[in-house]
Structures are given as C-alpha cells and as structure tokens.
Design a protein around this ligand. Sequence first.
Ligand code: ATP
Length: 535
Amino acid sequence: MVHTPPSAPRFASQIEEERGQCRLDVDTIYRVSEILSRSLDYRQTMRDVLAALADAGLGRGLIIVIDAESGDLMVNAVHGFDASAFTPVRYQSGEGVLGMVFEAGETIIVDAPGRDPRFLNRLGIYDSTLPFIAAPIAAGERQLGVLGVQPDVAGAGILAECARFVEMIANLIGQSVRLALKVDEEKKSLAEERDSLRRTVRGRYGFDNIVGRSAAMRRIFDQVRLVAKWNTTVLIRGETGTGKELIANAIHYNSPRARAPYVRLNCATLPESLLESELFGHEKGSFTGAVGARKGRFESADGGSLFLDEIGEISPAFQAKLLRVLQEGEFERVGGNRTLKVDVRVIAATHRDLEAAVDAGDFREDLYYRLNVMPILLPALRERSEDIPDLARHLIVRIGEQQGRALTLQESAVRRLTQYSWPGNVRELENCLERAAVMSENGVIDAELIRLDRFRQAVSPGGRSSQHSAPSVAEPPPSERHESYDAGEPSERDRVIAALEQAGWVQAKAARLLGMTPRQIAYRIQTLAIEVKQF
Ligand SMILES: Nc1ncnc2c1ncn2[C@@H]1O[C@H](COP(=O)(O)OP(=O)(O)OP(=O)(O)O)[C@@H](O)[C@H]1O
C-alpha cells in the first residue's frame, strides 16, 4: 500500500509533464518477467532487473534481501549508484527506511532523503536531492527483502505512479527471491552434510583407525605419510586380509586429492570383457547389452585416485591396455575412437608374487615397473603378533558399534588369539571376533568363545594357506581347548562357506584360498546350494 494520496485523475496532465523520461509501462513489466524466468543466477537476475528499471527511468536502484542465517538484511544488488563507494552493509529489521519498509511490509515514498531523519544513508551512495521509493519484497506471508529506487522525477503524482510500479515489480521479484533463498538454504545444508561426511570418512580412513605399534607397522605409517602427498603410483603388497585396502584408502584420504573422487575396482571379480568396459567405459552399441554410452572408472576418477585391487589377476592383453593409460594417461572407450585423457593417481594392490609372475611370463615387466614406483609391503599378522591385542580390542569396539551394544573382550580370549598364526590375517581375526560376539549373549567374550578356523587346517595342499608351512594353530592349553577346534574334517559345504567368509564373499579370492579356479567355486556354490551374500 502506497502512503500518498491518489494522484489521478486530477493531476493527469501534470503527471504527463512530470513523467519526463520515465516509461513505466507494460513493456518494462514484460522485460522484467522475462529476466526473472530466464536465469538461474539469482544475483545476476536481480542486477538485470535493476538495469531494466533504469532503462525505464528508475535510474538508481537497489535490492536488499534477508539473510536466512543471521536474519540481517543484506544488500543483494545495486544499479546506477557509484559502485566504488559501495561497501556491503547489513540492516536490522526496523532500522532506517529500508528496515522500516521490511518490518511494516508497506511501501514508502521519501520526497527529500536529505531532510528525512528516517533516512540513514549508511551506504553513502544516495543522491539526497532525489526522492526515494522503497517497496517490500514478499512471497505469501513471508517478508523477504526490499526494492528501493531513486527516480529522476519530482512531483507527488508521478511519485505515486512510480511507487505503484515499484510495488508491482517487487511482487514479481518475490517468488524468484523465495526460490533463490530456498536453493541457498538447501545448498548450505547439502554442503554441511557433505563436510560432515567428509569428516567421518577422513576419520574412518585416518591413521587412527589403522592399528599397529609394531616396528613393521610404524615403518608402513611413515611410508604412507610420505607417499600420500605426491601423485606417485603406489603398489601395496601383502597377503590377503593384511589391510591393503585400508592403506590404499588412507593414502587417498590423506593426499591433496582427498576431496576429489576415489574410485575402487577389484580386478579379480570381473571377467576380462567386462573389466575393460568397467575401467575404460564404452560407447553405445559397442557390445551386446551396451544400450547407452557409459563412463569408465578411469573417467570417473579424473582428478582423484583409482584403487585397482588384485592387479596381479589381469590377463596379458589387459596388462598392455593398462600400461598405456598409466604411461600416457590416455585411452579410448570400448567401441569408441575418441582418445580421452585423464589425470588419475593409481594405487594398486596385490597378494601375488609379481616378480615370480614376471619371471614366468604371466605379468609384463614394463607394467611391473610402472606400478612398482612406490611399493608398500604389508607384514602378515603372524610377523607382528604384538599387534594382536590392540587389533582385537579395536575390532571388538567396531563390532560392538555394529551390534549396538558394548562388548567386553576378556584377557583369556586375548591370550588365545595371540597363540594362533592367522593365515587369513586381520580379516580372519575380525571374522573370528564377530563369530564370538554373535555367540555371546551377555556381550562378554572369553577364550571359550574364540573358535579358531578349522577350515584352515583342512585346506588342500594347492590352497594359498599352504604357503604358511608353520602350523596354523599353536596348541592351546587343554583348559582353553574348544570342542569345535578339535572336531573332525569339515564338510565340503562348510569348507567352501568358510573360505567365502574369509574372502569377504569375493568368489575369486575364496577360490584361490581353496586352490580352485573361479569357475570351479561357482559350480560348487551352485551344487552345494550355498546362498551367496551380497555386499
Ligand atoms: N592395521 C589394521 N588396523 C585395523 N583394522 C585393520 C588393519 N588391517 C586390516 N584391518 C581390517 O581387516 C579387514 C581386512 O582388511 P583389508 O580389506 O584392507 O585387507 P586386504 O589386504 O585388502 O585384503 P584382500 O587382499 O583380501 O583384499 C578390514 O575390515 C580392515 O578394516
């Protein structure tokens, strides 16, 4: 509502005279509505609106909008004022003319700002000889801001007309401002969520979560800290379950690429044809089933890191393709002829004896050298048994969190754990503790509940555990001997399930543990009716 007496029709001819260059017409409203529907950049939109108003004769204008967080009114856009004199200003609701318009939700016309005590001119940019009109910007019941203009006209009639026009434009702006504020709020809440997730991920993959006080582990931490900050390719070696993936995660999340994508791929889990399209992507129709073009993991990891687990399992043909992308950072999608270039830091891991594979001609020597720039060799758990008590306590807290209850690990259990040689390393220790936790009704885990893996003793001579020629289990004292430990040969089904559990249900890994081919284990899973767990 405008606080001036209506001008028409008594002043019609006079208004025409006062109008001068002022053209407050439908064309201007059309232009403003077009600007509002055109752009998603709301600050630019507001500047464009003010520019359109200036073309129509409202030479100087500004828009203030409420800041959702502080509740202050912030200058959002200005036009026609001396920008060099302009510094960002906050108003409180009710403060000065702009604050009053915001609070009352009513339009104000100030004939001579220089003489009006309500006019603070904190911006120091107004022309005190020109009138000032300010109209509230609102959406529904909600006050969002104020549109203020200084038209280069004088006379009560034309000012009242200007004020109605400014009110009309302020109404048009309202919905855009509401949407922009909503988008800002959502963006902020998404950014907060992202930052909190990042903090969680960094915490989870920080060094605090990698347990190990042994000299061997302290050396590993030093290596990880040093290599993390460079783009150097890292090759992490170690038996299954020694924490290779954990170390790869720590390298990425403690590197300058921590905020960029981190993409992982287990090379042993996919057949060669799929592996290629998974890593390099494919173009539409490049093979049966390729209904659309798809980015590969190399493209997805651009700017970040790519963790290639089980790198020792890839075929010689695929090794050649990988070598090219490692050397030149270039590749083509499957079925495509466009050469793509990426900036990806590669972290690879394998449990395999790559040197022997090179000697046997199974692994390309040039690729071996490309990958082995910075090798990190993780010790087996039996080589750092002093870490077992810390690891067990750390893992039991984690398992307790998953189960939503506090678990207590008794000293007798810890003693028993240190007597075993852990061919499946930390993963096997983790599985053993999880089984014990499941079996414990009151959350207390004593030696009785520590059932060491019978499967280990029954692995075929061709299986991986045969590498560990030392007996898998140190003989426990008779008082701690458990009946399941002494039980006879496990059934074929138990053996396969135990291997699958130990391999985290990665079939290719379980097959290796059992000395089978992936095809053989898939057949056993089917014939023994084993329900495969998906993670
Ligand atoms: N030093 C450690 N501190 C805490 N947890 C560990 C440590 N090492 C391994 N773990 C845990 O043990 C499990 C196996 O680790 P991870 O998957 O990193 O092993 P891996 O060497 O990559 O195994 P694989 O070769 O079978 O893929 C994970 O749950 C991991 O969190």
